[in-house]
Design a protein around this ligand. Structure first.
Ligand SMILES: [Zn+2]
Length: 390
């Protein structure tokens, strides 16, 4: 655990009950004031490696800089599946989920920008903004590699009736009135990560980009490449529904890797040159190698895929110009933070992108296990299952 307070354990607070009447405006707040801190809530958890289910937990309490969120919409992520299958090791009764929007239920005493009732998005990554890495410009790596990743990793995640958010002033953003909760929930990870893939790709205006895999993050990388001014965006994908969505989000060409070597196909679409940038949005060693090979000398390989298997990710020696081809490999973890979220929400408000085309399924929170199973099996052409809390 980090400095997040009151998560995953019972907090004994000796404060006078009258304090909560002034710091909350909800029925639950009044109930807490009258009956003490005994609010229980439902949470969808990883019980242990390989198994998920619903449990009762104590509602978390905010530290002075934190907030408690009451979710309205959430999305299941492939990384929730990776987690349950052991990608980050053993966990016990860990609440899953990291993509959520909702309403502030309670704000800590030191929180100055948000209050109960505000409709907000919270980043999937909630950095410690005072860390040295944040001051260095890499908040997602706060305190350690990937240290900004807290939800469903080092603290309880977002598939619960209440969610604890550390450093609320820095990690929440108000959702504009014209933006729906369903659209806004995509900024928390899919848009932030996918657009980062395009931002890190250093795309020249009019340049060429190949985006390997058109799952939800790849689709947003495709859209991001278009927004960044790419002149030709090539989506690498074999599933017809994903190919269609890729075109909708701005892919000019589709390369189907089931129909032959994708690197050869990309070269033939770019006068034999290769692309200015390749974005890896799958997390496969083979795809990463293809990204290196498909990129022309001087180009950039931007990795946003989660490489959850194997000890190494190989770089093909000759395609890498024996280490002298001026190719840049750039990595990153979903940027979080209020400014980032506000910029992404502005794109929604200005109707530059509509991420809701990726919502293929809807479930009430009571059926979050079904939503998870769907993401696990990838059946029914699922892109994103939306979980609705109310
Ligand atoms: Zn995610």
């Amino acid at each position: 655990m980090t400095n997040d307070q009151g998560v995953g354990s019972v907090v004994i607070d000796t404060a006078e009950p009258s304090q909560f009447v002034t710091t909350t405006s909800t029925v639950e707040g009044l109930l807490r004031a009258i009956f003490g801190r005994c609010i229980r809530m439902q949470a969808f958890v990883m019980e242990e490696l390989g198994s998920v289910g619903f449990v009762d937990k104590d509602r978390p309490e905010p530290g002075p800089n934190d907030a408690i969120l009451r979710p309205t919409k959430g999305l299941v992520c492939t990384s929730d599946v990776h987690t349950v299958h052991g990608a980050i090791g053993e966990r016990e009764s860990l609440t899953l989920g990291h993509e959520v929007v909702g309403v502030v239920d309670e704000a800590g005493d030191e929180v100055s920008n948000f209050e109960a009732g505000d409709r907000v998005a919270v980043g999937a990554i909630t950095p410690d903004w005072g860390s040295a890495a944040a001051q260095d410009g890499y908040p997602s790596q706060s305190n350690q590699a990937l240290g900004g990743w807290k939800f469903a990793n080092v603290k309880d995640g977002t598939f619960a009736e209440y969610v604890h958010v550390n450093e609320a002033d820095a990690n929440l953003a108000r959702i504009p009135d014209g933006v729906s909760d369903e659209a806004a929930v995509y900024v928390t990870d899919m848009m932030s990560t996918g657009f980062m893939g395009a931002e890190h790709a250093d795309i020249p205006v009019g340049g060429t980009v190949a985006v390997f895999a058109q799952g939800p993050v790849g689709l947003m990388a495709t859209k991001g490449a278009r927004l960044q001014g790419a002149g030709q965006v090539i989506g690498v994908e074999t599933v017809p529904e994903r190919q269609d969505l890729a075109r909708q989000y701005g892919a000019d060409d589709i390369v189907d890797f089931a129909e032959g070597d994708p690197v050869e196909q990309i070269r033939s679409l770019t006068d034999g040159e290769g692309v200015d940038a390749a974005i890896e949005a799958l997390g496969s060693a083979q795809t990463f190698e293809q990204c290196v090979a498909a990129t022309k000398p001087g180009g950039t390989i931007s990795n946003i895929g989660y490489h959850g298997e194997g000890d190494t990710v190989p770089i093909p020696r000759e395609e890498w110009g024996v280490g002298m081809s001026d190719k840049t490999i750039r990595t990153g973890l979903c940027p979080g933070g209020r400014l980032r979220l506000r910029r992404l929400l502005r794109l929604l408000d200005a109707e530059r992108v509509d991420p809701t085309h990726m919502t293929t399924h809807r479930f009430p929170f009571s059926e979050a296990d079904e939503a998870f199973r769907l993401m696990e099996t990838k059946e029914e052409d699922v892109i994103k299952p939306l979980v609705e809390f109310e």
